[in-house]
Design a protein around this ligand. Structure first.
Ligand SMILES: CC(C)(COP(=O)(O)OP(=O)(O)OC[C@H]1O[C@@H](n2cnc3c(N)ncnc32)[C@H](O)[C@@H]1OP(=O)(O)O)[C@@H](O)C(=O)NCCC(=O)NCCS
Length: 321
């Protein structure tokens, strides 16, 4: 086998990287046509890769076969302390002709990242089995799922014994409680998420301030006259997790759902998720996106049961042990 020609990523590599990304996205859309078609155009893909390259402290590697670039990898750190001393490879941060070669590119790029003290690595990978397998053999594991489904063609009927309705101001105390219920659950085993937990008063104040924001539809589920859960629908553009290649055109977003601990597993989560699907269809969206921690034993079962199909896997590796 000939020696691989790998060198640090440079600005002149951007057009070739964009062409590879457009190719990868075209293949990805054969499985998920609801993902945005625009990035099949190398010019649109170029804007994505250029934005990554121009972000603070971006670096990476390219692989060449003769004069042709056949793979690239680009990472940059996120500022939030939640991610630790990190490097993120975003959805537009990698594409390879041969899946196995992502390992060579990572081998070249990660040396600098670790030398710089950046030991928490994250990467967003399309649901391509060969590519995922190559990343797994770099000691990455699955952390978060990004998923999509079409809106229902006809409204999903409500369930007997469970009323789902739009929230009113009087629901704010239970909405604040439910807002805490999500990070409380995600802090437990086996999720162990490091997200910050607001106080009940902070959650109440935030709800009082934001309750009338017309960009969000807040729905609550009631059983025997008491609210037991809530969900929130919005445009996908309101969420920061799904951008660029993972942001469908005209998409709705199931951005939040929680059921009180004692009421879980009895159908309220399904009813609340379905209510967001119905709301999204009524609002004129064509698809709905959501995401979940794959270690969350509740949401990772609830959202696929509602027809969400995983498009991207966020993988994570912590170096040093
Ligand atoms: C996630 C959550 C909103 C789901 O609500 P829920 O009321 O517990 O879920 P439901 O009882 O409606 O179940 C939803 C689906 O998941 C499936 N499911 C639930 N537990 C399951 C299990 N252990 N194994 C397999 N499937 C399971 C159910 O079968 C159901 O599908 P079905 O209607 O086809 O049978 C709720 O559990 C919760 O608040 N969890 C903590 C906070 C959280 O994780 N929020 C979501 C963050 S992304």
């Amino acid at each position: 086998m000939s020696r691989l020609d790998i060198r640090p990523f440079e600005a002149t590599d951007l057009p070739a990287a964009a062409a590879l990304l457009a190719e990868r996205h075209r293949e990805h859309r054969t499985r998920h046509p609801l993902l945005p078609a625009g990035y099949e155009d190398p010019q649109r893909a170029l804007a994505e890769v250029t934005a990554l390259w121009e972000s603070d402290d971006a670096s990476g590697a390219v692989l060449r076969d003769g004069d042709e670039v056949t793979g690239y990898l680009l990472g940059a750190p996120k500022k939030s302390p939640v991610w630790g001393p990190n490097i993120w490879v975003e959805a537009a941060g990698h594409a390879v002709r041969t899946a196995e070669q992502i390992r060579d590119l990572y081998g070249a790029a990660a040396a600098k990242w670790v030398d710089d003290g950046r030991t928490a690595h994250y990467t967003l990978v399309p649901d391509d089995p060969a590519l995922l397998d190559a990343w797994f053999r770099l000691a990455f594991g699955s952390q978060q799922a990004h998923a999509i489904r079409p809106v229902p063609e006809t409204p999903i009927p409500s369930r007997p014994g469970l009323a789902v309705r739009r929230a009113v101001r009087d629901d704010i105390p239970v909405l604040a409680q439910l807002e805490l219920a999500l990070p409380q659950h995600q802090g437990l085993s086996p999720v162990f998420s490091a997200g910050t937990l607001p106080t009940l008063q902070e959650a109440l104040d935030e709800w009082e301030e934001d309750f009338d924001d017309p960009d969000y539809a807040t729905l609550v589920a009631e059983s025997n006259g008491s609210v037991i859960g809530a969900s929130i629908g919005s445009s996908i553009e309101k969420g920061s997790t799904h951008s660029g290649l993972s942001q469908p055109d005209n998409g709705g977003f199931l951005g939040f759902a929680a059921v009180l601990p004692e009421a879980r597993g009895l159908g309220a989560g399904r009813a609340l998720g379905e209510a967001v699907l119905n709301w999204s269809a009524e609002a004129g969206y064509t698809s709905v996106v959501t995401d979940w921690r794959v270690t969350n034993l509740l949401s990772s079962r609830a959202w696929p049961a509602l027809g969400f199909q995983q498009t991207f896997h966020r993988l994570h590796r912590l170096i040093g042990h």
